[in-house]
Design a protein around this ligand. Sequence first.
Ligand code: C2O
Ligand code: CU
Ligand code: CU
Length: 495
Amino acid sequence: MRRRQFLQASAMASLSALAYPRSASAQMGGMPGMSGMMGRWFTSGSVWPTGLPLRQVDVLANTSLVADEFAGMLVAAPYLASLVSGHTTELWGYNNTFPGPLIELWEGQRVTINFANRLGLESTVHWHGLQVPADQDGSPMDPVAAGNDRAYTFDVPLGSAGTYWYHPHAHQTTTLQVGHGLAAPLIVRSADDPPATLPEVTLMVTSLSLDQSGRVATAATAMAGMGGMMMAGNGVLLVNGQKLPLHAMTPGATERWRIINATADRYLRLGLDGHRFTVVGTDGGLLGQPLPGLTEWLLAPAQRVEIVVTIAAQQSARHALRDLGYGGGMMGGAGGALMTVETGRGPAQAPVELPAVLRPVADLGPATAQQRVVLSAAGMGMMGPFLINGKSFDMNRVDLETVVGRVELWDLVNVTFMDHPIHIHGTQFQVVGRTVRGVAAPVGYPAWLDTVNVPAGETITIKTRQTLPGRRMFHCHILPHEDAGMMAVLDVQAS
Ligand code: C2O
Ligand code: CU
Ligand code: CU
């Protein structure tokens, strides 16, 4: 039943999605310099419209005629968008949308995505968090040159149902590309999904820095990431491409929100005014049991969370979903409202009982090897550039080695003065230990993560295992840190 609804939704979305590629990519291909022309025409400041109804991200059409297969087309190209009043902004988009189209997959599906790079520089598509073969992972070792096409092919692993995203991962230009709008959600569905009865909303949080003439200001983004990082800074936080949209709910209604932190460098300490919420899933999908009664949740760059929200039964009330601000080991972290939830005038909806058990998060088993990953700053600088095990990224060097199937404990040791969200490609791992100033601290409950925040001065221990051979990246997901070399190579040997 759910699958059928999904297919219908895809079919409807295809009407809008199919119209663009040939004409748009042909006109816009290889012309990222257009922003220079736009700037001369406008002089006043940027005013973002707020309070518009929350829009749903477009769904990428499945053009495959074969059951259990997904085929789709992504064109990365510059295009002009109307974001702030009085200005046109050159964004770089997948299929001319911001965020890019949602890819909805099912466990076990065979996937082919044809990618056309119509940007003026090399790019890749990286399927963040999904366990796909190393040569389909869109790593910086495997770029698609400007003007070229390639197909990405992979099978969606069983047990991988969850919330992911995709973005470019080109050598040293990831901040630039993501900062221009190239990022999009990806959801893997499973027939076994206890919260599936709840209405679902995908909230893709991005940050966009525009200058006074409405142009993307990537230098400002890079500075924010290198130094002040969480200072309120230049980037405006957007939800599904909108500033402070309005999400309408029936009084007392319960919904499942999939929230994606797709910002280049912003921590989100999420809270909903006057409400508690329940976390049901993290990066790699559902938790074993719901985690109720929470007033906040820290979502590091690249992380995802699934929360269940029951809105108050009061009619015509407004509540803000907020970033409560987080310093990440530094000063600052101002935060602000992300989205307004407004209840209608209708009768209150009856409360919904969540299932007590979601999906078991199995232990990976006893670890047979240990690795140490030290995060440090180069030289005397507190602000970076940052290093992994004393080195800056070199894609021709192997930094760590493992073997397919080997369960390992990794100590992620942060000796810098700021937090770093560490991401490992090709796997979902579990946090099993935390050490604060030499003292063990509790870690909570088992959950699947592909990105973990390693707070300043702390050590986080994870249990991890790779399932496919090849070379994999692991890195800080504050994108300016990554571009500046806070990345390393894990060589996974066949067992
Ligand atoms: Cu989200 Cu190496 O990536
Ligand atoms: Cu990744
Ligand atoms: Cu970092």
